[in-house]
Design a protein around this ligand. Structure first.
Ligand SMILES: Cc1ncc(COP(=O)(O)O)c(C=O)c1O
Length: 320
């Protein structure tokens, strides 16, 4: 896909995905409404296949390839959730998935990639190391590189999460989306702008990995230097295709501290009984961190994923 997806492309992605992924539930919590003074609706992508929304974009991208394009297999670099999603999408298409993972990726995410049949190569946890390793594997195998977020087919696929949310909860006044590289937020922002043009679209980001927040303020894409956050899905740098979409459509990005992320994650477990990972709890952390912004409003939140190492929960002191 060469151009920014329009609603038609996001709807085409939804049609491609139909029957292959879950239609995830939306949930409410009277307790969390009382705590925040807002009416919160959670889109539970932690209950999605592979445990995160990433399968939406991965499946859309793999299914959009021609037979000849797909035949040598696909390749990506990812800290985990996209890797697992691409491995599953490739397996269902009957082609190989080569995955470059930083050696710092959580063990639970490494195990998931292998379980879906992904062929894993480890590298140092820097963008340069990821890109160099991926280029080498591409040269060796001829596999097609699929970027985890800086890709219009991925953005269109991720936008289907918001498409479903708006169909189920059309009266929301705002939507809060976690921002890593910006695939989920760009796709959901495009879907929201088309379906609910008056709704406020907000990003949520860890203060320790706030390149998107700084980029939007500066009006240019700034690098992500030395990200430090337990929200491992949000450590990536904002993508080139993603930046202009977020600049145009987001009303702002709320940044949150590590303590706020962990407290929000714990609240989701406690109140919603949903196993959400730190990245997925960042939108609720944002609502709790900026209460005046949300009080009295109907707010949708994307609980983006639930892949967390149960032996290293972030509220256990030893894990941080
Ligand atoms: C659970 C979770 N939430 C959010 C994100 C951020 O998505 P994006 O990189 O598309 O902004 C990721 C990315 O890995 C993730 O795994």
């Amino acid at each position: 896909m060469q151009n920014e997806p329009r609603l038609a492309e996001i709807e085409a992605a939804a049609a491609r995905l139909a029957g292959r992924i879950h239609r995830t539930p939306v949930m409410r919590s009277a307790g969390l409404d009382a705590l925040t003074g807002a009416e919160l609706t959670f889109k539970c992508e932690s209950l999605q296949r592979t445990g995160s929304f990433k399968i939406r974009g991965a499946m859309n991208a793999v299914l959009s390839l021609s037979g000849a394009e797909a035949a040598p297999g696909v390749l990506t670099h990812s800290s985990g959730n996209f890797a697992a999603a691409l491995a599953l999408a490739a397996r269902e298409r009957g082609v190989a998935a080569h995955i470059v993972m930083p050696d710092s990726a959580p063990a639970v995410k490494q195990a998931a990639v292998r379980a879906y049949g992904g062929r894993v190569t480890f590298c140092a946890p820097t963008l340069t190391a990821r890109e160099e390793t991926a280029a080498r594997i591409q040269a060796e195998t001829g596999a097609r590189f699929v970027h985890p977020y800086d890709d219009y087919a991925i953005i269109a696929g991720q936008g289907t999460a918001a498409l479903e949310l708006w169909r189920e909860a059309p009266d929301l006044q705002a939507i809060v989306i976690p921002v890593g590289g910006g695939g989920l937020s760009a796709g959901c922002a495009l879907a929201t702008a088309a379906l609910a043009p008056r709704a406020e679209i907000l990003g949520a980001e860890p203060a320790g990995a706030d390149d998107a927040y700084r980029s939007l303020l500066a009006g240019e894409r700034l690098p992500q230097l030395d990200p430090r956050t337990c929200a491992d899905g949000l450590r990536t740098a904002l993508g080139e295709r993603n930046f202009p979409i977020l600049s145009r459509l987001l009303a702002g990005i709320v940044t949150v501290s590590e303590d706020e992320i962990v407290a929000a994650m714990r609240l989701v477990w406690e109140r919603l009984k949903i196993l959400v990972e730190p990245s997925g709890a960042v939108p609720l952390a944002a609502v709790l961190a900026a209460p005046a912004r949300f009080r009295g409003r109907r707010v949708g939140l994307i609980l983006s994923g639930g892949n967390v190492d149960l032996d290293a929960l972030p509220w256990q002191a030893a894990a941080r």
